[in-house]
Structure formats: structure tokens, C-alpha cells
Design a protein. Sequence first.
Length: 169
Amino acid sequence: MPEETLFAFMHSVMKKMRKMADGELYPLGISHAEMRILMLIYYYGDSSQEEMVARLGVDRSNVGRSLKKLEKTGYIVRKKDDQDGRAFRILLTEKGRSVRDRLLEIRRKIQKTFSMGMTRHDLSHLVKILEKADRNLNGADYLHVKDSENKASWPDDDRVREVKEPTGF
């Protein structure tokens, strides 16, 4: 079944990308999860934990653990929000600002490794497919989708039949 092969490959690719990122990030004392938070702060500026949860699409406890680690390792500080005394703003420290270029370099290295041997057309097509999948899953109530509605229409050509299980690639 093509869906099973697709999901196995997607899982394998994400797992390898995280492992590669974590290996590169180890000397900095952070993981891929903490890198994502730092990248958000670089892009959006100081943020609240709730804003980060919304932007990352993960639960509050995951963001909280990552923030605690980033604070403990000196990359961020929490400052009381002037507008809402119950909330905190997350700000970069000098140490947090100093690793920006290194994190961007790590991200580029992983992206370059991921896309080796792919043309711009390949990547553009892959992005379009993943955008469709993302839209399909946004707010999807998959428990109530009827089997007949859930059947994917796969093209009946050699490209689909040639897909192999993700072993040893």
C-alpha cells in the first residue's frame, strides 16, 4: 500500500534530520526542539510562551521544558510582561544572540543534505504535495472520515510501483 511506504519514509526522513541536527547541536548544549524556539525568537522577536505554543503547534509542556533548558543554559531569560503581569516574555541573552549564525549554518547544512540530487522542480513539487497534506490534516476530524472518503487516488504508473520500503537508503 503506497500510504504505508510514504509514511515510513516520512518518519525515517524526519528521524534522520533530527538526529543530524541533534549531533550538530550537541556542542551547544541544545537539541532540535530548543533550536526551533531560538529560531522563532530570531524571527519574531521576544515572545510569550503561549505565542510559541501557537507558532510551533506543540503542547505547552513541551515548550515549557525547552524554555527551562534554554534558560538554564543561558540562551534566554524570562521577563515579566509589562502588559500582563501574569505572563512572561522570552528574550535572548547575549549567548542566545551569539549562536544565531551557527544555527542558521546547521539548518542550511541539513537542508542541503536533504535536497542533494534533487532539482528545483523536484523540491517545488514536493513542497506542493506536502502543503496539500498539511491542509488536509489541519483541523481534520479523522475519526469521522468514512472509509470511502478516505481512499487516496494513487496514479497507476511505474513511479508508484517502484517505491521501495525505506531500508538501507
